[in-house]
Design a protein around this ligand. Structure first.
Ligand code: ADP
Ligand code: MG
Length: 605
């Protein structure tokens, strides 16, 4: 006798369950999708202990006809596709006919359903996939499925369950997305009798967004919609100042189905052009409707991934539509200038440093007049220079020479400097017995701020200050759940946060080193760090300080300074640990010794 045998239905279902029913959240997903496919307008979901205790999904949909009740639990039994051809035009969420038998195989399941309007229904009880009882009951049209003791007969799987909070987090996350996909369905989600989400089902997407993210966020969402021959897209994008620490608040729906797609995420972010800060992501609800023939949903068992046949076209279309939506509101300054600004903040190559030096020297030596405005303001106006080409060439050679760079930058502390002027509202001209110095005021201030912040951050005793006006931050229920256990850790760091309402945190005090006006960003970042790795990565926060704070709060170019202000700035710079470069690595100061200058004037050879 051969060794191969066809597995019996029970074992096959348990194996299938391994794919379909990975965790309580996947059970909830399958059940709610069935309710949606049954054209329900109201779906109530109740969860006990992250789903491990019980899961109940009740709808007012079409119900299951009496003859179909047992059949629904057969493998590959589905009312949704009839032939192989249907596979290419799938409009329902389910179609494999695997969910009910798989879920039943690993739990104790009760089904109550009625497919008529006579108030007569049926109740079916199963345990580990075996039918225990069936009886007639009084029941209004619709279906309720109750799952108890999930994984009771697959203890290995139970062992792999994460914390209850992780499980309920996944469930909330999924129900949030479904309610965004179906604003015309009234959803309620309860966990251990606490109401987590209620949507009205009034068909207004913005109302669902408000139910999930809070009204203040909803007020800052911008609608978009557009269509071409192939695609129709619509939804909401958050204003660029409303951002989150990760991409998980981008929800994309293709023909009503929530999907994850890296390329579409990119297209959305590109649509923001340069409006988003580094490592910050928007809240977006994007709905794409296209002909079923242009998308393949039959790629992934959990149906989360889809394949587009016109990928590049759809990406371009999304990017442009979002760009237009944002620029309509005058949120996009001239893109060209933005690009230049961005380039300046990239780590400079040597050529660029030299260019800056030249530029500074140029404007200095082409100055035609000196002005004394009052006692303190000294500015030298520069004009275009064409005559000093020869001198510049000399300069180029000197400053580009390794000797110059090494000699200057290897000095470990800055000498005392006397400011004599400010040029172009950008550079401070200073002197001492060793020659002439040009200082980039923005870079200098950035360095000062950076070291100051760093010291505060490293202080052993955390000094915390109470905020005059507490700040509130809205989060989704999923996030709130995962943050709650970490509030104590934050307290140790001088951050006092409390839950305020269902989905809002209120910040009462922050540590002294927190940059003003950036509190939200830092708290958000820290909360996400704690959830992700249970610890706070100070190094990463420091990097953020560099990227966001020091640069943002530093005095900008084209800002005229009084003599006193220049003296202050130079003095503060002098006592920094590294006065020579800004935190981005650009030079702060350039030195020309008298000898260099005399050489350039050919007084010495
Ligand atoms: P699929 O959704 O892939 O068809 P399922 O195993 O999830 O497979 O469900 C099997 C069948 O049971 C469905 O095709 C549908 O006819 C019926 N069914 C399941 N849940 C419901 C529900 N809430 N309301 C009405 N019918 C349902
Ligand atoms: Mg299904």
């Amino acid at each position: 006798m051969g060794k191969i045998q066809v597995l019996d239905e029970h074992i096959a279902n348990q194996i299938a369950a391994g794919e379909v029913v990975e965790r309580p959240a996947s059970v909830v997903k399958e059940l709610v999708e069935n309710s949606i496919d049954a054209n329900s307008t109201k779906i109530d979901i109740a969860i006990g202990e992250g789903g491990l205790n019980y899961i109940s999904v009740k709808d007012n949909g079409e119900g299951i006809e009496d003859d179909d009740i047992e059949v629904a639990f057969f493998r590959h039994a589905t009312s949704k596709i009839k032939s192989g051809r249907d596979l290419f035009r799938i409009s329902s969420l389910g179609f494999r006919g695997e969910a009910l038998p798989s879920i039943a195989a690993v739990s104790k399941l009760t089904l109550k359903t009625s497919g008529n309007n006579k108030g007569i229904g049926a109740e079916l009880n199963l345990e580990g996939g075996n039918i225990i009882s069936k009886k007639q009951i009084a029941y209004a049209r619709g279906t309720e499925i109750i799952i108890k003791d999930i994984f009771f007969n697959t203890p290995a799987r139970l062992k792999y369950m994460k914390s209850l909070q992780t499980e309920i987090g996944h469930i909330i996350d999924y129900i949030n997305r479904l309610s965004l996909a179906y604003p015309n369905i009234a959803f309620t989600l309860k966990h251990n009798d606490n109401i987590i989400l209620t949507t009205t089902g009034d068909g207004k997407l913005l109302h669902t967004i408000a139910a999930i993210y809070g009204t203040s966020t909803a007020k800052n969402m911008i609608p978009f919609n557009d269509e071409n021959l192939d695609f129709k897209i619509s939804g909401f994008v958050s204003k660029p100042e409303i951002t989150r620490a990760n991409k998980s608040h981008i929800s994309i729906f293709v023909n009503g189905r929530y999907i994850k797609n890296h390329l579409l995420n990119q297209a959305i972010i590109k649509g923001y052009n340069t409006l988003l800060m580094v490592n910050r992501y928007p809240i977006v609800v994007l709905k794409i409707d296209l002909d079923f023939s242009l998308v393949d949903v039959n790629v992934h068992p959990a149906k989360l991934e889809v394949r587009f046949s016109k990928e590049q076209e759809i990406m371009k279309f999304i990017e442009q539509t979002i760009y237009k939506a944002l620029s309509n509101l005058n949120y996009i300054p001239e893109p060209a200038t933005k690009k230049i600004e961005q380039q300046q903040y990239q780590k400079p190559v040597q050529a660029e440093i030299n260019f800056k030096i030249k530029e500074a020297v140029n404007s200095f030596f082409s100055s035609t007049k000196t002005e004394n405005i009052g006692e303190e303001k000294i500015t030298i106006e520069s004009t275009d220079n064409t005559e000093n080409k020869e001198v510049n060439k000399e300069f180029e050679q000197v400053i580009e020479s390794d000797d110059f760079q090494k000699d200057f930058f290897s000095k470990d502390k800055l000498p005392y400097l006397d400011p004599v002027a400010q040029i172009n509202g950008t550079y401070i001209v200073a002197q001492n017995e060793n020659g002439l110095y040009l200082i980039d005021q923005h870079a200098a201030h950035e360095r000062i701020q950076y070291e100051k912040n760093l010291k505060l951050l490293n202080e052993e005793t955390i000094t915390s200050q109470e905020l005059l006006i507490p700040i509130t931050i809205d989060y989704t229920h999923t996030e709130i759940q995962s943050f709650l256990t970490h509030l104590d850790t934050l307290k140790d760091l001088g951050i006092e946060i409390e839950l305020f309402g269902k989905q809002t945190l209120i910040v009462r005090s922050t540590p002294l080193w927190f940059p003003k006006g950036q509190e939200l960003i830092f708290i958000d970042k820290m909360l996400h760090m704690l959830v992700k790795s249970n610890s706070i990565d100070i190094k990463e926060l420091r990097n953020d300080l560099i990227a966001n704070t020091s640069c943002k709060s530093a005095i900008k170019a084209n800002h005229s300074l009084s003599k006193k202000e220049m003296e202050n700035l130079l003095e503060q710079l002098r006592i920094t640990d590294n006065p020579f470069t800004c935190p981005h690595g650009r030079p702060v100061i350039i030195h020309f010794s008298f000898y260099d200058i005399e050489k350039m004037f050919k007084r010495v050879v």
